[in-house]
Design a protein around this ligand. Sequence first.
Ligand code: S3P
Length: 427
Amino acid sequence: MISVAPVSSLRGEITVPGDKSISHRSIMFGALAKGTTRVKHFLEGADCLSTIACFQKMGVSIEKQGEEYLVHGRGLHGLMAPSDILDCGNSGTTTRLLSGILAGQAFSSVLTGDASIQKRPMKRVCEPLSLMGADIKSIPGNGCAPLAIMGAPLHGITYHTPVASAQVKSAILLAGLYADSPTTVVEPALSRNHTEIMLRSFGASILSDGCSATVQPAAELYARDILVPGDISSAAYFAVAAAIVPGSEVLLRNVGINPTRDGLLRVLQAMGADVTLLNSKGQDNEPSADLLVRSSTLHATSIEGNLIPTLIDEIPVLAVLACFADGTTVIRDAAELKVKESNRIRTVCDGLLAMGADVTETEDGMIIRGGKPLHGAVIDCHDDHRIAMSFAVAALAAEGETTLSGGECVNISYPAFYQDLASLSSL
Ligand code: S3P
């Protein structure tokens, strides 16, 4: 149980933790590479630690040396059969990307995770992997984990994914490294492309063309050093908080602004937020910048279409932002939110209603009529880190105290979230 009181302003600067998606991939691709991959600014959240634990169970030595993680890769064909079930915890990225990797191994394995993971759809990876020749099945038979995977010879396919999902795309591309011919994934809208960028830098041949990516079978991947940029999904909470709490000015250092992830910035700008990008730099083809955010008057916008995959994890906190904007904000084309760590359409609307917002849940999003003052409430976080952090932000600009029931779940992606928030807050 966490209590959050309103603040008079937010001021100061912080460096948000490393990007979750890039941290997972640095361990996975490092494990499959020849040589030692050194990872700086790795996110030590529970999800990424689950990825480390899974690869350690497959014989990969991963150690922390000072501020860096060292992944001693075993080569593309060097993973060892795990003697135990692989526990992905709460992490969809671990479960889905690992499925793609395991499909091409010369051993059998079982993947599972916590109660939330066991409810999330895995058919979306099992189906395309099966088309590649993989032997992968849902043990309970409901399309969910635990998954039993028997390594099998794979062949390349061209697959049109029904959903824009980087986890699905990445699972297929990773399996494609082990296939006997090229593999192409075509998405309905472009999802985050961290897999393509990082695999390429490890020596894989991957061609991206609009919403399509093609990987060639690989003989080996080669280790390299990785500097993980700050996670824009974590920065989003402070950016929104600074935008809605009057008198705020917050500097967020070294935030990843890959164009497949920067929908947050586009929406903030469209709503009239005062956001300045400073010190832009391109590191390893993953651009980053410092974000300076000041409070300002906000107006409504619509969030839909191809923009959705570029801000999918930020929608809960953008819904909070919309409560403080003049006019009606419509979020649509976001049905994917229903199959995240919680049904985020439902959990966001329920929480906002409890705080007095004027919001209507729809099939694929929500409608938020901004301008109604929020008041403190008891919020059920549903073990969903992004719900906890979004409502912590809402609480800063509400009247009275808010209680986040299960608010400790921020440890999934941002263990020091409440400390960082406190460091910026003036009461
Ligand atoms: C992620 C992709 C997204 C995102 C998740 C991380 C990734 O999921 O919501 O937090 O690292 O590839 P989907 O691919 O299912 O949209």
